[in-house]
Design a protein around this ligand. Structure first.
Ligand code: IVH
Length: 702
């Protein structure tokens, strides 16, 4: 059904539908059915294969077209339409549902010896002396069970206690990697229960946390808990923001219309069941599946996976070894806890113990006080860990963490190491309870805490720590991207009294900087150039750089589409701002509070006086012309002449568009040094013009 050979047809069909719009010759019902097919195809390309073939704009146009047709002809709207994924209704509670077959756990193994024991046991149970095993990743997410009946998704459930789980169908429907309908009937299957894991990719998880950091929100601790929490959210519109994906790896139950068990008859092996699921449009471990009858080979492969686990796009905590033949699986059977035909091989824990030496109370840009644990350095999953986040006071109190404690440290989701718990049984009596400061450790102002938040904050806006962090944020990569002015330089210049606030950046005493250790004529010139360049940054970067709470890059971009000058935001009420797409009440209030403060308006006036651009893109675009209008670009590798950020801003200011990945919609791929897979992909597509950095600037000048 999702044969790649269909790609051409689907693309052609999509283009035709886009062009024809309301062609009277095709009936509305036909158009709806075709649009559904095309959109499902593109969802599969994007969410299952991660290889989109149309631009977001083309996809949105098709989607809107389908929505419009369905509104005009509601009689042709079906529950499996891609427009029906988000229900816009709150799920108040998740009723308990009985699984069709128990959702068992897995037995664990840790070394080659354990696996040899497993192999001996299987051979004994099956009376065979050679067994084909499959090997696949053990995904570290949250379990999900899907039931399809008559080719339609009818139910989704959490694992629960293994025999019954919570029904989360409305939430599962939001995940575009879960087909709303799948042609199981092609395989003679009428009703089927399939198992898998809901995950968030490492890159998505990191970018989500970065956005949360920028917006002053608490970061998520790890991808697994975030995924599990998201699947039980009441408002399924929010789930769509969490980047959830479902990978399916097991069939628990399958019957035909006569209710005859089909497993081990129609589908003979685990490998075949994964192939079938992949063919029907599910995301599966098909490409990571390895089959062998040799234990030696299995062990070698496991070691390879373990060594490369960090490069895998999802969190994996081990591998799963399964007997391939389903009839043999049936013979082996299961205990109440786990099937006898499968075993998990667990990777070495990303968890260890060490001593909590001290606590550093750090003051962030928004005044939030974060306790950071200073640890006796320890090796953990390949890196030396010497500090860990303790989150907030409640966390310390809840876990009763004390200075001098032996603590369990975990690196999960490859983010900052966490202290999981102390080991009270190892206490000597010399451990000291942690006392959270009442005053700011930097400026001594009394700390404050609102009822709704767990964090203590320093309310003093002039607190040196907040001021310095604010300046560091202003110059940072995603904000004004000032080359030559990073965290260390800002700290140094603050100490030296060269910078006390943001406008000071634009009136640095360069002759005095020249006297500092490490500075030479050339480096000062470069710094000066970096600061001059920053004056032309887009206004949405400036708005983000100002560090308004809850205003991340995305919100800043949206806001700047509606005003000509950053300062114009002072004329908007919270109610008006909330009318804008994706702007909620918290962001709206925060923006209004910021612009109601005279000191902030004064800051903007000073920046303007120094020549910093405050005008929105439409205006700066007019100034620079539209020479790149309609053209799409992507930069890869290290550029020499300008930073990637600068080059991208340049393209945008001239009316061009930056794409995030190589696709057929890409016109130009500009390659710097050490370009990687993007170049290979562009060459494969064949229609992308590859430019060196020199070619690019020559083309611009030309
Ligand atoms: S097979 C009846 N395959 O790990 C056996 N499980 O710790 C069904 N898991 O409960 C499980 N990746 O939630 C299987 N490739 C994989 C898996 C996997 C992750 C989860 C699953 C299971 C848990 C046991």
């Amino acid at each position: 059904m999702y044969n790649p050979a269909d790609a051409k047809n689907m693309l052609a069909l999509g283009k035709m539908l886009l062009a024809e719009k309301n062609n009277a010759a095709t009936s509305a019902q036909q158009q709806i059915e075709e649009l559904k097919k095309v959109i499902n195809y593109h969802d599969w390309r994007y969410y299952v294969l991660a290889e989109p073939v149309v631009s977001d704009l083309e996809y949105d146009t098709l989607f809107k077209q389908l929505k419009k047709l369905e509104e005009s002809y509601p009689q042709y709207k079906t529950p499996d339409s891609p427009t029906q994924r988000v229900a816009f209704t709150l799920t108040k509670e998740f009723p308990a549902v009985q699984h069709l077959s128990p959702m068992l756990s897995l037995d664990n193994s840790y070394n080659a010896e354990d696996l040899a024991t497993f192999d001996t046991q299987i051979k004994k149970l099956t009376s065979l002396d050679s067994i084909d095993y499959t090997l696949e990743p053990k995904f570290d997410g949250t379990g999900i069970s899907l039931v399809y009946e008559n080719d339609q998704l009818v139910r989704a459930a959490t694992r629960g206690d293994g025999s019954s789980g919570e029904e989360i169908t409305n939430n599962a429907r939001v995940l575009r990697s879960i087909p709303l309908s799948a042609a199981f009937s092609k395989f003679g299957i009428y009703k089927i229960e399939i198992r898998g894991e809901v995950l968030i990719s490492k890159t998505f998880f990191e970018s989500m946390n970065q956005l949360r950091r920028e917006a002053g929100l608490k970061e998520f601790a790890n991808a697994r808990n975030t995924a599990a929490g998201a699947m039980r959210m009441q408002d399924n519109r929010e789930i769509a923001q969490r980047g959830l994906e479902a990978v399916m790896y097991h069939i628990g139950y399958a019957v035909n219309t006569q209710n005859n068990n089909l497993l081990a008859r129609k589908i003979e092996s685990h490998q075949q069941s994964i192939q079938m699921l992949a063919e029907l449009g599910f995301k599966t471990p098909l490409h990571d599946l390895f089959v062998t009858h040799s234990l030696d080979e299995l062990v070698k492969k496991l070691a390879k996976w373990e060594a490369q686990r960090e490069t895998y796009p999802y969190e994996v905590d081990g591998m799963v070894i399964k007997v391939n033949r389903l009839d043999l699986q049936e013979i082996c059977g299961a205990t109440a806890h786990h099937p006898r035909w499968a075993i998990a091989y667990k990777f070495k824990a990303k968890e260890t113990t060490t001593t909590l030496l001290d606590i550093d109370f750090q003051v962030g840009r928004t005044g939030a006080i974060t306790p950071v644990a200073k640890l006796q350095p320890v090796q953990l999953a390949g890196v030396t860990v010497s500090s860990a986040s303790l989150h907030n006071e409640d966390y310390i109190v809840e876990k009763d963490i004390r200075l001098g404690d032996t603590v369990v440290v975990e690196r999960s989701g490859d983010v900052i190491p966490q202290i999981v718990r102390p080991l009270p049984e190892t206490r000597t009596g010399k451990e000291i309870p942690i006392i959270f400061p009442k005053n700011c450790p930097v400026c001594d102002t009394a700390l404050e805490k609102t009822e709704t938040e767990a964090v203590w904050r320093c309310p003093n806006k002039q607190c040196p720590a907040q001021v310095v962090e604010g300046i560091i944020h202003f110059v940072s990569k995603n904000a004004m991207d000032i080359e030559g002015l990073g965290r260390n330089q800002v700290k140094l210049f603050y100490q030296e009294n060269f910078i006390q606030n943001i406008p000071d950046i634009f009136q640095l005493p360069y002759h005095e900087i020249l006297q500092l250790k490490g500075y030479k004529e050339k480096s000062v010139q470069n710094l000066q150039k970096g600061i001059e360049n920053a004056k032309d940054r887009s206004a949405d970067r400036l708005l983000y750089a100002l560090g308004i709470r809850f205003v991340g890059r995305g919100n800043a971009k949206i806001l700047m589409q509606y005003v000509e000058d950053v300062e114009d935001l002072k004329n908007w009420t919270p109610e008006q701002l909330q009318e804008l797409p994706e702007i909620g009440p918290t962001v709206a209030q925060s923006v209004c509070d910021y612009f109601a403060d005279e000191a902030n308006l004064h800051l903007l006036h000073q920046l303007k006086a120094f020549g910093v651009n405050t005008q929105s893109k439409q205006n700066s675009q007019e100034l620079l012309g539209d020479s790149l209008s309609g053209k799409t670009f992507l930069f890869t590798g290290t550029l020499q002449k300008f930073s990637r950020n600068e080059a991208e801003t340049f393209v945008e200011q001239h009316g061009g568009k930056i794409l995030s990945s190589v696709s057929k919609n890409l016109n130009y791929l500009v390659v710097g040094e050490n370009a990687g897979s993007k170049l290979a992909k562009a060459e494969k597509i064949g229609t992308v013009t590859v430019l060196s950095e020199t070619d690019f600037w020559a083309m611009i000048e030309g």
